[in-house]
Design a binder for this molecule. Structure first.
Ligand code: MG
Length: 160
């Protein structure tokens, strides 16, 4: 049995915040604003996995209204989600991720981010694709006000 999942996230860019993607900090004049550490890639990956397994979404599992998740380490939350996915009998096959932002350039950090995700998902790095994309000056991402992330994943379950 195979299933696909889709995850999406958007966070505002703000001075004085860290710019984290997949647990890797990218040096930049602004960072991602949010209740947790605002790691938009980790958030979109979680929603893709939860979506594929029909296990809900991160807003439901880790509500931003809960003070426990203030400045939360999103990669720790991802670890929790991966555990839930496994407990349900699903194995992650691959991820395809798109980061939409004007600046900074994601390409120099692509492989270290892929490795960081592969470590938590416990799948080969070759099964994780990451692409940076600019928005041609259009919309909030294009105007440098936000970063958007899209992630698709495939999961499989062996039924005997
Ligand atoms: Mg988010």
């Amino acid at each position: 049995m195979i299933r696909t999942g889709l995850g999406y996230d958007i966070h505002r860019l703000k001075r004085g915040r860290r710019f984290l993607l997949g647990g890797i900090e990218i040096p930049f004049s602004k960072g991602l604003d949010g209740h947790s550490d605002a790691d938009a890639l980790a958030h979109a990956v979680m929603d893709a996995l939860l979506g594929a397994c029909a296990l809900g979404d991160i807003g439901e599992l880790f509500p931003p209204s809960d003070p426990a998740y203030k400045d939360a380490d999103s990669m720790e939350l991802l670890r929790n989600v991966v555990e839930r996915v496994r407990q349900s009998g699903w194995n992650v096959v691959n991820l395809d991720c798109v980061i939409i932002c004007e600046k900074p350039k994601v390409l120099p950090y692509r492989d270290v981010i892929r490795k960081s995700l592969a470590l938590v998902l416990e799948i080969p790095v070759e099964c994780i694709s990451l692409k940076g994309k600019t928005a041609e000056g259009l919309g909030s991402a294009g105007k440098g006000k936000a970063v958007e992330v899209l992630v698709t994943c495939l999961v499989q379950k062996i039924i005997s």
